[in-house]
Design a protein around this ligand. Structure first.
Ligand SMILES: NC(=O)c1ccc[n+]([C@@H]2O[C@H](COP(=O)([O-])OP(=O)(O)OC[C@H]3O[C@@H](n4cnc5c(N)ncnc54)[C@H](O)[C@@H]3O)[C@@H](O)[C@H]2O)c1
Length: 377
């Protein structure tokens, strides 16, 4: 295929951004041929792009090989399924679906059309700092993982942000708050770097900083199958906020904060040292090293380029769509655990969370914001 003909579905903040990158020719081997938007003239009149007000007509137009879906999350699964059934490739904005059960239905639809390419917009995976960390973990430079702590409180958002679209920060319109929206990127990276935890316990506060019905402040405890534990914190109410990732393994500790990545390498494996040292107060010697990394280069464009290259040349995806299930599952499980006031084991029972979410949606139709009864176990 010489050129992949792309359609962007939903022209809000991010859809408009993707459309302009394509119109500016930033993605090799791709052209924007049409968009799906409810506005009459969503792009400059000079843009050589056909506008469809509804998705089915775009999918059947014969003008696209692939779509980039950038509508609110609860529409992602249904729109993705329709695109796969039309034989089109899909680049899905994050999250791939508003909850796990829907994500599974979407993944199953793609599996019925294996000739299609399914990618997800997890652009943080292209960032050199996270790629360095992944490389360190994969070559076991840190030894056996024992602790993973990530503070993600630098996602500050104002009340005006939440008021900017009716779907935002509602059970119906998002299926959650900071976990399924902002911190979803960090949850994707967390599992991409360290694998999926086996158990989580969440402590989420709903509408703590903003007049919203979903969570905007979360602390979660995580436990991995091999025994490592960790804390994940997310908030949209703190400024300046912190982004500090600390991963401790038996051979050392890595810290990413403030644009610096440092590793303290233990000269001896600390678990082994603990068992064999004769001195009760001794500890392994460690050496600090700063790991340089390149600046980020247009990460969204990099994911879209990779998607187009995968369609044209069959190269591996940076963020396969099916992997998008994991961050959705983590977001759902932490929230579900918070509402249940108990730990939740993974894999999450997606049907149970879907049922609970439907209850929350039904209650929210009746209750003013901030007055939901979330106490039911
Ligand atoms: N990867 C990223 O960095 C990133 C950044 C922002 C948003 N997002 C994701 O993108 C999605 C959209 O977010 P946003 O901030 O652009 O929201 P937004 O509210 O600004 O835009 C959504 C757009 O979709 C349109 N829309 C809704 N239903 C439609 C339909 N059936 N057909 C055509 N258009 C439709 C709306 O009119 C609106 O223009 C969300 O899922 C969000 O999580 C990802």
């Amino acid at each position: 295929m010489d050129q992949v003909r792309l359609g962007v579905v939903g022209l809000g903040n991010i859809g408009r951004f993707h459309a302009s990158c394509l119109l500016e020719g930033k993605v090799r081997g791709a052209e924007l041929t049409c968009v799906c938007s409810r506005r009459d003239q969503p792009l400059p009149a000079t843009a050589p792009v056909q506008v469809f007000p509804e998705l089915p007509s775009l999918l059947q137009s014969g003008l696209v090989d692939a779509v980039v879906i950038a509508t609110p999350h609860p529409q992602h699964a249904a729109e993705g399924i329709a695109a796969f059934e039309a034989g089109l490739h899909v680049l899905m904005e994050k999250p791939i679906a508003a909850h796990k059960a829907e994500a599974e239905r979407l993944i199953a639809a793609q599996a019925r059309h294996p000739q299609t390419v399914f990618a997800a917009m997890y652009q943080f995976r292209t960032e050199p700092r996270y790629r360095k960390i992944r490389e360190l973990i994969q070559r076991e430079a840190l030894g056996r993982l024992v602790r993973v702590n990530w503070i993600n409180t630098d996602w500050f958002r104002t009340d005006a942000y939440y008021a900017s679209s009716a779907w935002r920060a509602t059970w119906q319109g998002e299926g959650g708050g900071v976990l399924i929206n902002q911190c979803l990127h960090n949850l994707d990276l967390l599992q991409w770097l360290c694998g999926m935890p086996a158990r989580v316990q969440g402590f989420a506060r709903l509408g703590h900083y903003h007049p919203i019905e979903v969570e905007d402040d979360v602390t979660a405890w995580l436990e991995w199958p091999e025994g490592a534990t960790g804390i994940f914190i997310g908030s949209t109410g703190e400024s300046p906020g912190t982004n500090r990732l600390e991963i401790t393994g038996s051979r050392g500790r890595l810290v990413l904060e403030g644009g610096r990545l440092t590793v303290d390498r233990n000269e001896a494996d600390m678990l082994e040292f603990c068992r064999t040292a004769q001195d009760g107060f001794g500890k392994p010697k460690s050496n600090r090293e700063e790991i340089p990394f390149e600046p980020v280069q247009e990460p969204h464009v990099a994911v879209m380029q990779n998607f187009v290259d995968a369609i044209r040349e069959g190269i591996p995806l940076l963020a396969p769509g099916a992997e998008g299930l994991r961050s959705v599952e983590l977001a759902n499980a932490i929230l579900f655990s918070s509402l249940l006031h108990r730990p939740v084991d993974l894999p999450l029972d997606g049907a149970a969370w879907e049922a609970r979410l439907h209850d929350l949606i039904a209650q929210s139709a009746l209750a003013p914001a901030g007055q939901l009864d979330t106490s039911r176990k």
